[in-house]
Design a protein around this ligand. Structure first.
Ligand code: GSH
Length: 207
């Protein structure tokens, strides 16, 4: 790598934070470029040329441009972790990682992340978000009973992908108190060398 990786992000985007966290865990230098989502900068032609879906995160690594948080985690792990700890090479572990990346793009986004964005931008509440989150965290809590990490005997990109919107679920009015295994796992992620957090938003009054 000859120059820092450029990360296009919004400071309150958990999808973008997921990438920032991975870059930091891999000790990769990066330039953070803020995209003003409330002003609609992600839909401007210059940004759409980087990601036609008009969303952060996007990275530029030299002449290579890549959007989508989970795709970026896979790229970074394959490109910059030759030991293959963050994305194990063997079939079972790699499939387990992929399963959790699907959860991050599925119920994590549709439940806790959607509830949080509703609070952040004062959109109409939808009780389905809390129901999706409760089911997800129940499954995660049971899965984490007796194991430290989601997909292997050590941290992988699965843990990075699930971390941010789980840790910040209370900002969407979804308390983590019932899920002791999930809370212990969050602490393990936060203890990883190179961990960097995302700015906390105020908790909703009803939470
Ligand atoms: N599947 C995408 C989702 C990214 C996403 O939802 N980004 C949000 C911020 S968290 C965004 O840019 N929203 C602005 C918009 O859709 O206009 C990923 O994993 O990167």
């Amino acid at each position: 790598m000859t120059e820092p990786i450029r990360l296009y992000r919004y400071a309150l985007s958990g999808h973008a934070h997921r990438v920032q966290l991975m870059l930091s865990l891999l000790h990769l230098p990066c330039d953070l470029i803020n995209v003003d989502l409330p002003a609609g900068a992600q839909k401007a032609p210059a940004f759409l040329a980087r990601n036609a879906f008009g969303q952060v995160p996007v990275i530029e690594d030299g002449d290579f441009t890549l959007a989508d948080s989970n795709a970026i985690l896979i790229y970074l792990a394959l490109r910059y972790d030759p030991a293959r700890r963050w994305l194990p090479a063997d079939a079972r572990h790699q499939a387990a990682v992929q399963r959790w990346l699907g959860v991050a793009a599925g119920p994590l986004a549709a439940g806790p992340a959607a509830a949080r964005v509703t609070e952040l931008f004062k959109r109409p509440k939808n009780p389905q978000y809390a129901a999706i989150a409760a089911n997800l965290f129940g499954v995660m809590d049971a899965h984490l009973a007796g194991r430290d990490w989601l997909a292997a005997e050590h941290a992988t990109i699965a843990d990075v992908a699930l971390y941010t919107y789980t840790a910040h679920a209370p900002e969407g009015g979804i308390a983590l108190d019932p899920w002791s295994q999930v809370r212990a796992w969050l602490q393990r992620v936060e203890a990883l060398p190179g961990f960097v957090g995302m700015a906390r938003s105020p908790l909703p009054e009803a939470a």
